[in-house]
Ligand binder design. Structure first.
Ligand SMILES: Cc1cc2nc3c(=O)[nH]c(=O)nc-3n(C[C@H](O)[C@H](O)[C@H](O)COP(=O)(O)OP(=O)(O)OC[C@H]3O[C@@H](n4cnc5c(N)ncnc54)[C@H](O)[C@@H]3O)c2cc1C
Length: 467
């Protein structure tokens, strides 16, 4: 692995990205190589272009020199996709412009370095909703959420990022700019090229700009925190809420009691919204356009659920502060670190398999590490997506492999996915084959070799092509 860039390449990069601070080396690069969420490694340089043409020029140089390049967005990814040891890190942070909010067409056009929350607020000022919402909203960038096809809290209503991207611009490894800035909802003129870059984690191209589809901004919001007595009631309550709220259900976030206990007890700042204890808790939210009528309906539908025994207790948010407090419980995932050492997981399963899956994992962990295992579970249950945080008293490689074998093994046995929304990155690379068959992997490698023949774009992440 190269430890220092050749001087002539540094000089050429500085010409390609000429602003002060356009190319950072040594200590200045190290200062940028920090993240609370991901391993970052030590990049050879951090290149900070301010335009697509600068991204293109930098990539062309790196491709000719066969130097790996890893894109950096907000560095909030949870699978170490930005790990850049011996790579050039290409940070999109200086490409943060909001180019247009088209209130008539319902689109927002942004550069890839625009922070998700900034884009959402710009849409909101025009009475429109950028429907993607996740805990990392204040740091994650549009390019990053596209590259990971992020999901988040409102997938149940609006889908994942893939559903929101109408067009994008990407730069290929050799510097070719593929501008596919489509604004149309319907466009079946040939292959849908943007899909190559959505969710490919910076391995097929660098996303530089995007057109996202907006929705009408909801003017009513109803939020409840409910306690549920058995797993069997969770999917039934979900279907009840979906059906009776006629399309306005926007979140259905489930927390197992182990998670709830962590986020409602000091040192966590959150406090229990319900008095009694229950095995499961659900944060339910609906969004609409008529606060009074919607609230009446929301309460009535919850009451029906109570009468059908689908829920045992419910607290309704009566103010924005109470709503925020409920969401802060759900988003306070950092509390799971109190069981340190831990490993975190993001898996997908069919709803009907979930209860048995969690029970099987618990049993297997207890059998392998008697008295030491902790398992904290929460997730976007409405999307079939669970997050598991497992601790067994150690965090070495062998422990991780043994844990992965159990947690992913139980997923694979049930035809689930080892990555619901966080991607593969470096973290799950060795397990990709547990969710994808040989032909799928072969086609992925063919795409990678075709678009990036020198294998410079985020090599070693998602799918390897060396073997
Ligand atoms: C508190 C918290 C909550 C989260 N909640 C959710 C959630 O609910 N749902 C969910 O799906 N995810 C969630 N995530 C993880 C999520 O994947 C990221 O937050 C986000 O999608 C990544 O954006 P980023 O800009 O930080 O990307 P980074 O972390 O910088 O990069 C992620 C990957 O994308 C690549 N990349 C970045 N920018 C580009 C680009 N312009 N072109 C090509 N490749 C690029 C990187 O190389 C890397 O492989 C959460 C993370 C945190 C910290």
């Amino acid at each position: 692995m190269m430890t220092e860039l050749p001087a002539d390449l540094v000089e050429a990069l500085a010409q390609a990205v000429p602003a002060v601070g356009g190319v950072l080396l040594g200590e200045a690069a190290k200062e940028k190589a920090v993240s609370d969420w991901s391993r970052v490694g030590t990049p050879l340089a951090v290149v900070r272009p301010s335009s697509t043409s600068e991204v293109s020029a930098a990539l062309k140089l790196c491709n000719e020199a066969r130097i790996p390049v890893t894109a950096w967005g907000g560095k909030t990814g949870l699978v170490h996709g930005i790990f850049s040891d011996g790579h050039i890190a290409l940070s999109l942070e200086r490409m943060a412009a909001i180019e247009e909010v088209d209130a008539i067409g319902g689109t927002i056009t942004v550069e890839a370095g625009c922070i998700l929350q900034t884009a959402a607020e710009a849409a909101e000022r025009e009475g429109l909703l950028l429907p993607l919402d996740l805990g990392a909203r204040g740091s994650a960038m549009i390019g990053g959420v596209i590259a990971t096809n992020a999901g988040g809290n409102r997938v149940i209503r609006y889908g994942m990022v893939r559903e929101m991207v109408l067009g994008l611009e990407a730069v290929l490894a050799d510097g070719t700019v593929v501008s596919s800035m489509n604004h149309l909802i319907k466009n079946n003129a040939g292959y849908d090229l943007k899909q190559l870059f959505i969710g490919s984690e910076g391995t097929l191209g660098i996303v530089t700009r995007a057109v996202l589809r907006l929705k009408p901004l909801p003017t009513s919001q109803d939020t409840a925190f409910v306690g549920v007595e058995s797993f069997e009631h969770l999917p039934r309550l979900l279907r009840h809420m979906e059906q009776r709220l006629s399309g306005s259900l926007s979140a259905y976030e489930v927390m197992w009691s182990d998670f709830y206990d962590l986020v409602t007890a000091p040192p966590a700042l959150g406090r229990a919204p319900l008095e009694g204890r229950h095995p499961y808790y659900v944060l339910i939210e609906a969004q609409g356009q008529d606060q009074q009528a919607d609230s009446e309906r929301f309460e009535a539908v919850l009451m029906e659920a109570f009468e059908k025994d689908l829920l045992a207790d419910a607290a309704l948010a009566k103010s924005q502060a109470e709503r925020n407090a409920m969401w802060e419980l759900r988003d306070d995932i950092g509390q799971t670190a109190r069981n340190w050492p831990i490993f975190t997981y993001d898996v997908s399963l069919r709803l009907g398999d979930m209860e048995d899956y969690v029970a099987s994992v618990r049993t297997a962990l207890e059998a392998a590490w008697p008295g030491k295992a902790t398992l904290t579970v929460f997730g976007h249950l409405g999307d079939g997506n669970l997050h598991l945080v497992a601790g067994v008293g150690a965090r070495d490689k062998a422990t991780k492999k043994a844990l992965n074998d159990i947690i992913y093994g139980e997923v694979t046995r049930r035809g689930g996915s080892i990555s619901a929304e966080h991607g593969i990155g470096l973290e799950k690379q060795a397990w990709l084959g547990w969710s994808r068959n040989a032909e799928e992997l072969q086609l992925m490698r063919l795409l990678k070799r075709t678009l990036d023949p020198a294998n410079i774009l985020n090599p070693g992440k998602v799918v390897t092509v060396e073997e």
